[in-house]
Design a protein around this ligand. Structure first.
Ligand code: B12
Ligand code: SF4
Length: 256
């Protein structure tokens, strides 16, 4: 297998904004997106501004982004980090007006229309994006993109109105690769004191079920991950060492 050089591959910057607390939250979403992209086609770099405590306005961050010179910038956002996310997207466009900007994550999924009202966002994803982000990139760099192919995508149609594609809900979790922990700088998180409900120093979260059958009004989980089938899947992994199993429901957190 030959991996093309950086100059031949399209460059994708995935950004985790400042605001997440690195003591107990890490960029799981971006780890999943990266591991599920084709490394032969895409040169994907994670910029973790939360771990490094870089605001969008920091010179170090904008220099790094300029040096990488991405074709696509994707940012993951929950509500408390949305203002920072918007500023990152604006910065990316100011560095290169041709860059394609994409948002995803809980806040953006729930408020996709309000987010797309900010014209600096070219596209947003609603719900899961593990496999559909790769489909999106393939379409983006094709001669005639067909956005219908991209589950979860919200985009501006020819008439300027927003089009909301059906969301991605993978029935077979085995089709999704485990997150790229080294790209997420798991070691850097451990050094910074990352723990999630454990005293174990070296630990990592892993998503093993998706969806929730309940509908608590304050919670975005059912909207993001749907309602599980009659026989929900629990994906079991081997050989990973110390993992914390997580579901998209609030109730299942188990340590192995
Ligand atoms: C596990 C979890 C946590 C863990 C941390 C998880 C982690 N990543 O390290 C803990 C328990 C620590 C936690 C803490 C908090 N959480 Co929480 N958490 C969750 C939960 C259950 C799953 C999140 C998760 O990691 N999923 C796995 C990853 C892989 O999925 P994902 O992030 O959604 O990413 C996928 C897609 O969204 C998409 N995507 C995401 N980003 C991008 C970017 C691009 C470019 C693209 C294309 C796609 C894309 O693709 C990814 C892969 O499919 C969700 C509920 C849910 N079902 O989502 C709530 C949820 C995200 N949490 C929420 C909140 C509010 C918090 C807190 C702020 C609560 C608080 N007040 O303290 C804190 C964070 C505090 C801080 N300052 O950092 C809210 C966010 C609501 C919102 N509107 O933003 C949620 C949605 C629950 C709810 N109440 O509705 N949380
Ligand atoms: S994940 Fe938890 S809080 Fe959210 S709807 Fe399900 S049971 Fe309610």
């Amino acid at each position: 297998m030959s991996i093309q050089t950086n100059s031949q591959r399209k460059r994708v910057a995935l950004i985790w904004p400042k605001g997440f607390d690195p003591h107990y939250v890490l960029p799981l979403s971006l780890g999943y997106l990266k591991s599920n992209l084709d490394a032969e086609k895409y040169d994907v770099r994670l910029f973790d501004n939360a771990l490094r405590n870089y605001a969008y306005s920091s010179d170090a961050f904008s220099e790094e982004l300029k040096d990488f010179n991405p074709d696509v910038v994707g940012v993951s956002s929950w509500s408390p980090m949305f203002e920072e996310t918007l500023n990152i997207i604006r910065l990316a466009k100011s560095l290169n007006s041709d860059v394609v900007t994409v948002g995803g994550g809980a806040h953006i999924s729930s408020y996709s229309d309000k987010v797309m009202a900010h014209l600096e966002f070219d596209f947003v994803f609603r719900g899961e994006g593990d496999l559909s982000f790769g489909v999106f990139l393939d379409q983006l760099f094709s001669q005639a993109p067909n956005w219908d192919e991209v589950l979860g995508l919200t985009y501006r149609g020819a008439d300027g109105n927003l089009v909301n594609n059906p969301t991605e809900k993978q029935q077979n979790l085995d089709t999704i690769k485990i997150p790229d922990y080294s790209a997420m700088d798991l070691e850097g998180y451990h050094e910074a004191g990352y723990r999630w409900n454990t005293r174990v120093a070296k630990n990592a979260p892993l998503w093993v079920t998706r969806g929730c059958p309940y509908r608590c009004t304050f919670c975005a989980a059912p909207e993001l991950n749907g309602k599980p089938d009659e026989n929900p899947q629990y994906r079991i992994y081997g050989g990973l060492g110390r993992i914390s199993l997580s579901s998209t429901r609030c109730s299942l957190v188990k340590y192995y």
